[in-house]
Design a protein around this ligand. Structure first.
Ligand code: NAD
Length: 259
């Protein structure tokens, strides 16, 4: 995959940055697309290999289109798109939620994914090669009290399926990863502010460790590799067993081995 570019939206921090590093390690040129210029430029410098940074709000379709054009002009063809740009939200009710913040979350998390998949997907279809991975969440499978974030992630998973079918006939695969809690800067800040409880978090996983950003990066790398050539349209949980444990560990009759 050396003569190819991997584009990572939200690549300046957290899961996106870890994934940018993983693709750079494989020899691909990496293009980091993010709002955070300082961190994005620092990462592009660190990665080397012709890596570039592009300042862009993924919520703005024209800006995404301009960046897609620029990236295609400056380096080898884009074979990988990972759409990690996103905002994390706090618990609220549907009746009282802040509608301005609600719209912002949808614009970045859902529409930002749509915009990137359209701009880069159109170019991939012309070459009939490429792999796209979006970022969903464990809460796309089950409800959490995050009324903008949670339905938005469910929508990203469904969008991923639509795109998998639409682009599959052009030889392009589209999958999603669904992480559980990953200790990235926004989650760490919420823990420090008392907005997430570590004990509650750890009590609902099968494993006693949460995934690191690198664990998500490895799953994305696999989904984009030839080893996953028969996989498209899936949302892959990378969740330390959250999906298995969350109902098991809250069984009304108690959990036998903890009684
Ligand atoms: N950390 C977790 O626990 C967790 C769990 C499940 C899913 N996710 C998802 O993973 C993705 C990455 O989150 P993270 O935890 O790495 O957060 P992060 O804040 O470390 O990284 C997100 C990056 O997106 C960028 N960004 C935000 N809005 C943008 C915009 N409008 N245009 C361009 N870039 C923008 C930020 O500047 C930042 O660099 C998000 O979609 C998030 O919802 C995170």
């Amino acid at each position: 995959m050396s003569e190819a570019t991997a584009v990572v939206t939200g690549g300046a921090s957290g899961i996106g940055a870890a994934t940018a590093r993983r693709f750079a390690l494989s020899g691909m040129r990496v293009a980091v697309v993010d709002l955070n210029r300082e961190a994005g430029e620092a990462l592009a410098n660190e990665l080397g290999g012709g890596a570039s940074f592009h300042s862009c709000d993924v919520g703005d379709p024209d800006a995404v289109e301009r960046v897609a054009h620029a990236i295609e002009q400056e380096g080898p063809p884009v074979r990988v798109l990972f759409t990690s740009a996103g905002l994390i939200a706090n618990a609220e009710t549907v009746l009282d939620m802040d509608m301005e913040a609600h719209e912002r979350v949808w614009r970045v998390n859902y529409l930002g994914t749509v915009h990137a998949c359209r701009s880069f997907g159109r170019r991939m279809t012309q070459r009939r090669e490429g792999a796209i991975v979006t970022v969903s969440s464990i809460n796309s499978f089950m409800p959490l009290p995050l009324p903008a974030y949670n339905p938005g992630k469910a929508a990203v998973s469904r969008l991923t399926q639509l795109l998998a079918v639409e682009l599959g006939r052009h030889g392009i695969r589209v999958n999603s990863v669904a992480p559980t809690y990953v200790m990235t800067p926004p989650l760490r800040a919420r823990m420090d502010a008392g907005l997430r409880d570590e004990k509650k978090m750890m009590a609902v996983h099968a494993l006693d460790r949460l995934p690191a950003p690198q664990d998500i990066a490895e799953a994305v790398f696999f989904l984009c590799s030839d080893a996953a050539r028969a996989i498209t349209g899936v949302t892959l949980p990378v969740d330390s067993g959250w999906l298995a444990a969350v109902s098991y560990k809250t069984f009304a009759g108690g959990v036998p081995w903890t009684e």
